[in-house]
Design a protein. Structure first.
Length: 427
């Protein structure tokens, strides 16, 4: 630690100038302490004691917070009659760690010495960083247990389980949810780690306070059994009671779209979905949407069998089949098939909405820029993510009691992609 000493027997005017300069730093430091609620603890006492000893004063006074004024940026010690200009980076480093760890017993420096590594490595281990080898992580954790190290303020560790991102598009459904979720987690100063559903080697020694699942396959069960922590599942209610379930009413979304086409005079309607199943788990969203579509069509005594899945049949073939069957209205709940309007208008040369009406799943700032703008069913993404964060805050506070599912209703955003047939009267 670099220490510059200015003795009191030197020119009084120089000392007075030095004092006026450092008094401003002292006031700024006090404001910093009050703002961040930092604690002056044993680590700071040791630092002050070491600074005086390293300057050659054998009778270094023990730290007395009320009598010795200690700076984060510049240290001024009145009791020893000298000024200390101490490296700012060193003490801001201490100030940062006071917000995270309890220095009253043992510090990360003690852990680092015990583990034979640097303090920054200990910090990376404690914040669950991926830039640490498993051997180093195990050695640091063992050293922390050996010296009885405890953290004063624990940084929440949150895992986010997602489906395979290799084919994810910037405007896809999962990407939009992931963006909103990450924004909220960053604001809560959480340590975030992405868990891909296709990964087979999740480290068992990793620790999480909670896991948010945006995946829709069996990986949610696998991650729940591997890490015994609360799991918040979005749009994938499994009904087992092992997860906190938050989802939008997918059946209601299909009913909204189908009823709107019917009120606009359409009678030959096709539903296009993404997948029948994901692995061994039947896709819940698909089941609910097809059920809502069939119920609505059956209620009006119309054919409810025109349902297609883009994972089992090329979308080009689906559109050709719809055209040959005289379909006048399409409901598309395959969020990643944003090329359907292009195929209809530019490849099949069908005018939207005059020759083919279209309703799709809403993607923010995408469908409203099509020509014509696409009528869509909108899920309340922001409110759903807010519900996730509310549940997450309760988990961080220690409340892990079972809770009822949180269900949100969707809304129909009417634009210009649906035409009126005959004398149909819009609602």
């Amino acid at each position: 630690m670099m220490v510059e000493i200015v003795r009191s027997r030197r020119c009084p005017s120089l000392i007075r100038h030095k004092f006026n300069h450092l008094r401003s730093s002292y006031e700024n430091s006090i404001r910093l302490v009050k703002k961040h609620d930092l604690n002056i603890t044993q680590e700071m006492k040791n630092a002050n004691h070491s600074a005086r000893c390293s300057a050659g004063f054998r009778s270094a006074h023990p730290f007395r917070y009320q009598k010795n004024i200690f700076f984060f940026r510049s240290g001024l010690d009145f009791s020893s009659g000298m000024f200390h200009n101490i490296n700012a980076t060193s003490f801001m480093h201490y100030a940062t760690h006071f917000q995270r760890y309890d220095m009253s017993s043992q510090s990360i420096y003690t852990v680092a010495k015990k583990a034979g590594c640097s303090p920054s490595t200990v910090s990376r281990v404690l914040t669950n960083s991926v830039r640490v080898t498993p051997e180093t992580r195990a050695r640091v954790l063992a050293a922390a247990r050996a010296v009885n190290f405890t953290m004063r303020k624990r940084i929440p560790q949150v895992g986010v389980l997602v489906s395979d991102l290799s084919g994810a598009k910037l405007t896809s459904y999962v990407t939009q949810l992931l963006r909103l979720t990450m924004q909220e987690l960053v604001q809560r100063n959480c340590v975030i780690r992405l868990l891909e559903s296709g990964q087979d080697d999740w480290p068992e020694e990793d620790h999480y306070d909670a896991i948010i699942s945006l995946a829709y396959n069996e990986s949610v069960n696998r991650v729940s059994s591997l890490y015994s922590v609360p799991v918040i599942s979005l749009n994938n209610p499994l009904g087992t009671g092992d997860f906190y379930e938050i989802y939008s009413d997918h059946r209601q979304s299909a009913v909204l779209a189908t009823e709107y086409l019917l009120t606009m005079g359409h009678r030959n309607i096709m539903l296009i979905c993404f997948k029948k199943a994901v692995g061994s788990i039947v896709d819940w969203g698909m089941q609910e949407r097809t059920a809502g579509f069939r119920e609505t069509m059956d209620k009006f005594g119309l054919c409810s069998d025109l349902i297609a899945f883009t994972d089992s049949e090329p979308v080009d073939n689906i559109l050709l089949r719809a055209r040959s069957n005289g379909v006048t209205g399409l409901i598309v709940f395959s969020e990643d098939e944003l090329r359907i309007p292009f195929l209809l208008s530019h490849i099949m040369k069908l005018r939207i909405p005059e020759e083919m009406s279209l309703i799709m799943e809403e993607l923010p700032s995408v469908l409203d820029y099509y020509s014509p703008p696409i009528t869509a069913v909108r899920q309340p993404f922001e409110r759903m993510v807010a519900a996730i964060m509310e549940r997450l805050d309760q988990i961080f506070a220690g409340d892990t009691a079972p809770a009822d599912p949180v269900v949100f209703h969707n809304e129909l955003v009417i634009r210009e992609s649906v035409s009126r047939i005959g004398n149909a009267v819009c609602r």
